[in-house]
Write a protein that binds this ligand. Structure first.
Ligand SMILES: [Zn+2]
Ligand SMILES: [Zn+2]
Length: 358
């Protein structure tokens, strides 16, 4: 009897608390929003990290619409340097991931397919207005990067003018907006050292994304930790060569089986043009199994699949269908990237810590 009375009081108490929270919902939500805003204004995404190489997935997707994977974007933090590789729609995740765009030191492009550059203007703008240095950001890429930078700067010129007129030059120095193109040549060897700053080395190398030329991947080494980004490529001996002995391989992946479902659906719906597009994309990407073979042959310990084609909704068994035989071909750690994934490779260690943070 006593227990029953206690239960009634407990339920009534909960109901009362709920009623108070409901009545004060606006005040509570405003207080939460204020705390979030303050926290976001005071983060830079770098200073709290231990020394090492850190990877934050801002966009694990492709041109296919995917709630969990925006367009290609990978943040690499090496010591105090913050670099962004590819600038797809995933750049919108930076702030959400606790990274201030004003902190971006350099941007690297793998190639100029639209899904890899359609967030670039946004990233340049965000870097400028969130207190980036009063100089345009270096934009590294193979030949063609100067054309991309010049075209984008021209398209954003009016916007830049409006903002300077509105806020004033001391707040938004005009020279802080934009990108300084830093084209590199791959030479006969098909590879070039792009950054060599002692502890940090960034190498670009040719991959096979034909008919897209040039298209590159990147190898990043910092204090003994090494990672390789494949960029968009089909099965590539160059990726395997560059990934030899690396800690981490971030490799693109397309599932022909799932793309085949889309092709069939397009054919059944009488959409021959879509069916042709779906058929065409298979031949210039790598399958999860091919990425797994590359990782195994290179001897890497961790394979992170990104540039996921097509969309993999969170349905039971669908990730397994996407991976196919990959888990049997590569027995190290294998993960399908999602926006918000955070991999940490501390200096002076062999550890790779994985978490998912937004
Ligand atoms: Zn792509
Ligand atoms: Zn591409």
């Amino acid at each position: 009897m006593k227990a029953r009375r206690l239960l009634v009081y407990f339920v009534l108490g909960l109901a009362l608390l709920g009623l108070i929270a409901w009545t004060m919902r606006e005040t509570i939500s405003l207080a939460v929003a204020s705390r979030v805003a303050t926290a976001r204004l005071n983060i830079d995404g770098v200073s709290e990290l231990p020394d090492g190489l850190h990877v934050r997935v801002c966009g694990a997707g492709s041109p296919f619409p995917d709630d969990r994977r925006l367009g290609p974007c990978t943040v690499v933090i090496a010591g105090t340097r913050l670099m962004v590789f590819d600038a797809g729609t995933g750049v919108r995740n930076l702030t959400r991931m606790g990274i201030s765009p004003g902190r971006v030191d350099a941007i690297f492009l793998t190639h100029f397919h639209s899904d890899h550059i359609d967030g670039l203007g946004e990233l340049l703008l965000q870097r400028w207005v969130t207190g980036g240095p009063a100089q345009a950001v270096p934009l590294y890429g193979p030949a063609g990067v100067e054309q991309v930078a010049a075209g984008l700067m021209q398209a954003y010129q009016l916007d830049q003018g409006y903002r300077v007129a509105h806020h004033g030059e001391p707040v938004l120095p005009p020279q802080g907006f934009g990108a300084q193109a830093q084209p590199f040549s791959l030479g006969d060897a098909g590879r070039v050292v792009v950054i060599n700053e002692g502890e940090l080395e960034v190498v670009a190398f040719s991959v096979d994304h034909s008919p897209v030329h040039p298209a590159v991947g990147y190898r990043i080494r910092y204090k003994g930790r090494t990672m390789v980004l494949s960029g968009d490529t089909k099965l590539s001996a160059a990726v395997q060569r560059e990934a030899k002995g690396a800690d981490l391989l971030v490799h693109e992946a397309l599932s022909p089986r799932l793309v085949g479902l889309l092709t069939d659906a397009a054919n059944t719906s009488g959409k021959a043009r879509m069916a042709k597009l779906f058929t065409d994309i298979v031949d210039y990407h790598a399958t999860p199994e091919e990425a797994a073979d590359t990782a195994r042959e290179a001897g890497v310990r961790y394979l992170l699949l990104n540039h996921i084609v097509p969309t993999v909704p969170p349905l039971p068994g669908l990730e397994e269908a996407f991976l196919g035989d990959a888990p049997r071909r590569f027995t190290g750690t294998l993960r399908i990237a999602r926006d918000g994934d955070f991999l940490s490779l501390p200096a002076g260690s062999t550890a790779i810590q994985t978490s998912h943070r937004f």
